[in-house]
Design a protein around this ligand. Structure first.
Ligand SMILES: Nc1ncnc2c1ncn2[C@@H]1O[C@H](COP(=O)(O)OP(=O)(O)O)[C@@H](O)[C@H]1O
Ligand SMILES: [Mg+2]
Length: 246
């Protein structure tokens, strides 16, 4: 197992609207493994994931990707990082005024500017087949259920063939078949050597995918365990389950 840190958060504090949400948090996301961020609602999991992905900038401390501070990267380096690192937001975050087709084309237009329209279409068809979305594309997100929006958000994340996946509550609002399909996709990405950092409330999904489990409470890492420790420590699993179901 490759334990080199891909992304490191060093003494990170994040404050918004006079509220400190993350407090002096340090954590390293290893390359090539799946890390689950778990913990009670409002504990800061989504904020940690966004900080790790460089989508928000810490108030204090540094977030690095392969040793380089993300917040101070130039445009070319930021784009290269964004091309590799895809994010599925807890609320899907699809553009409300764009069609699904436009939403799925945008990352390809940004990251593969010379790609022909025909190849873009092929890529989009392929990721939609993987995620299992079968309805039309010339509609807006408001016409979809929450679960269908998640499938589109997932397809958008996959379309540039990322090597790092940030997935926030990504099996929520999906039926068992759709959730299974997405877990299988993530397993496939893991086997290809991708790094996965995810937030989930789903203990079976955590058990199936995560090699490391990081518990976030009150804006800090309260404990980190390996999958083997998690499997052995029934009290911890129960505590986590209670914490995340409250
Ligand atoms: N931009 C923001 N402005 C103000 N409060 C925020 C902001 N982002 C998150 N919070 C608050 O920070 C806390 C942690 O949020 P979040 O990271 O979404 O928690 P989790 O994902 O663990 O449920 C919550 O109380 C949330 O309301
Ligand atoms: Mg959250």
């Amino acid at each position: 197992m490759n334990e080199e840190p891909l992304i490191s958060l060093e003494n990170v504090t994040f404050a918004a609207q006079d509220k400190t949400i993350i407090r002096n948090l340090s954590y390293e996301i290893p390359a090539g493994i799946a890390t689950a961020f778990v913990g009670p609602s409002g504990g800061g999991k989504s904020t940690v994931l966004k900080l790790a992905a460089g989508l928000i900038v810490p108030s204090e401390g540094i977030v690095r990707f392969r040793g380089q501070e993300i917040a101070t990267m130039n445009r070319a380096k930021t784009l290269a990082f964004r091309k590799q690192a895809a994010f599925v937001f807890q609320d899907s975050a699809l553009w409300a005024n764009q069609s699904l087709r436009q939403i799925l084309e945008l990352p390809l237009k940004i990251h593969f500017p010379t790609m022909k329209a025909e190849e873009r279409t092929q890529r989009i068809v392929a990721v939609l087949a993987e995620t299992g979305y079968r309805k039309e594309l010339d509609i807006r997100p408001a016409a979809l259920s929450m679960g269908e929006q998640k499938l589109i958000a997932f397809a958008r994340a996959l379309v540039c063939q990322p090597t790092i996946l940030f997935l926030d509550e990504w099996t929520e609002s999906l039926d068992d078949n759709a959730a299974r399909r997405l877990v299988d996709i993530v397993q496939g990405k893991r086997q290809e050597g991708c790094t996965v950092a995810f937030v989930s409330h789903n203990i079976p999904v955590i058990r199936e995918l995560a090699e490391k489990i990081c518990i976030i409470e009150d804006g800090s890492v309260s404990r980190c365990v390996t999958a083997a420790e998690f499997a052995r420590d029934k009290t911890l699993a129960k505590t986590i389950e209670e914490g995340i179901t409250q």
